[in-house]
Design a protein around this ligand. Structure first.
Ligand code: DX5
Ligand code: ZN
Length: 221
């Protein structure tokens, strides 16, 4: 049986009460914290950085923090996020001039490393770096904002990435980010995903525990 991970994106949380929100969503049964970093350069929006990651650790968050870097360039932020308590660090290959070096840098700092693919970005970057990857993150919306609609063409791409990962025989997680909701999470899993980012679909509901439980029930079929 696949070990599924539910990763609430705190982009849709109430930032004025972020520590409490993260505590609540983890108590509700979420597995990891998805932490969206936007720089108003790689994407047209601006969010949070290493200081906020560190503040969550100081607050007592012990779950893995999955840092999704939507920034360009990437490398300078890797040591800062590692020091701030990041567990996973993923980045978009077109935002780094030396993708292999950035992946190695992330691992050298003790974090799990991953590449993120936008909806229209082909998977070719996977060809020569599978041995340096712990996670592949497929965007099912264009990055920059929460609350967008899932792009259906992603389903075929998930299946393609699943095939590549399985053929490699490596324990690489396949994460999907954007527009994942109660009514499509089973379909996303059936295509081959094992890690599900959900922002508005969780934080937009009053009872996080009920939503996470309903997502797990949908995954259990
Ligand atoms: C978008 C972010 C996502 C976003 C997902 O650029 O990477 O993580 O928060 O939000 P929902 O689940 O609302 O689509
Ligand atoms: Zn994200």
């Amino acid at each position: 049986m696949t070990d599924y991970l539910i990763a609430p994106s705190i982009l849709s949380a109430d930032f004025a009460r972020l520590g409490e929100e993260v505590d609540r969503v983890l108590a509700a049964g979420a597995d990891i914290v998805h932490f969206d970093v936007m720089d108003n350069h790689y994407v047209p929006n601006l969010t949070i950085g290493p200081l906020v990651c560190e503040a969550l650790r100081k607050h007592g968050v012990s779950a893995p923090i999955d840092v999704h870097l939507m920034v360009e360039p990437v490398d300078a932020l890797v040591p800062m996020f590692a020091k701030a308590g990041a567990s996973w660090i993923t980045f978009h290959p077109e935002a780094s001039r030396h993708v292999d070096r950035t992946l190695q840098l992330i691992r050298d700092h003790g974090c799990k490393a991953g590449l993120v693919f936008n909806p229209a970005t082909p998977l070719g970057h996977l060809d020569y770096v599978l041995d340096k990857l712990d996670v592949v993150l497929l965007m099912s919306v264009n990055p920059g904002f929460g609350g967008q609609r899932f792009i259906p063409a992603t389903l075929a791409k998930i299946a393609e990435a699943r095939h590549i990962i399985d053929a490699s025989g490596r324990p690489i997680r396949l994460e999907v980010d954007g527009g994942v909701k109660l009514d499509n999470i089973a379909e996303v899993a059936a295509a081959g995903a094992d890690t599900f980012v959900a922002g508005s679909a969780i934080f937009g509901t009053p009872d996080y525990a009920a939503t996470v439980a309903a997502m797990r029930a949908a995954l259990a079929g």
